[in-house]
Design a protein around this ligand. Structure first.
Ligand SMILES: Nc1ncnc2c1ncn2[C@@H]1O[C@H](COP(=O)(O)OP(=O)(O)O)[C@@H](O)[C@H]1O
Ligand SMILES: [Mg+2]
Length: 151
């Protein structure tokens, strides 16, 4: 029998390297298909965490993962496929349509979304929701909410 449960984890990191490492641990626990939503202000560490997640998933080395702020979507394919999307500049449904992401949930991938508040797609994929808060110059609070179905 399966039931839906929500697992929560909140921790504080003290450097970008530590955030990458915690991201890697998160990525190692994930399997496609999975949607990872990253919320938090500019400089909160979303891209930094995404480097670790993509690396932990086995899709890319952390230093290959760069911010898709201007390109909007990056794709990494190694052991698994990862789409890394930044919706910062996408503020209208018309903008969103230009991304051509309609079919993204038809494939087996991990989709990491920065500024997920701007996401305008629905999916029945499992979702991991992560919020990053800027506490001080080098401290970030990272709250992970995992809504995947747990057996
Ligand atoms: N604990 C930390 N976690 C993540 N980034 C940190 C941390 N401390 C300092 N930083 C710095 O904060 C910035 C975060 O930038 P980035 O990951 O691009 O944020 P975002 O994608 O949310 O705009 C980087 O310059 C990084 O080096
Ligand atoms: Mg970013």
């Amino acid at each position: 029998m399966s039931s839906t449960a929500v697992a929560r984890d909140v921790f504080v990191t003290h450097s970008a390297e530590e955030t990458i490492e915690r991201g890697r641990e998160i990525g190692q626990r994930l399997r496609p298909p999975v949607l990872i939503l990253l919320a938090g202000d500019l400089g909160a560490g979303k891209t930094t965490l995404a480097k670790g997640i993509a690396s932990g998933l086995g899709a890319a080395e952390e230093d290959q993962v760069t911010s898709p702020t201007f390109t909007l979507v990056h794709q990494y394919d190694r052991d698994v496929r990862v789409y890394h999307v930044d919706l910062y500049r996408i503020t209208s449904p018309q903008d969103f349509e230009t991304l051509g992401l309609e079919d993204i949930f038809d494939q087996s991938a991990a989709v990491i979304v920065e500024w997920s508040e701007h996401l305008r797609l629905r999916t029945d994929w499992p979702i991991v929701r992560i919020e990053l808060d800027h506490l001080s110059e080098n401290e970030r609070r990272i709250s992970v909410e995992d809504t995947r179905d747990l057996l």
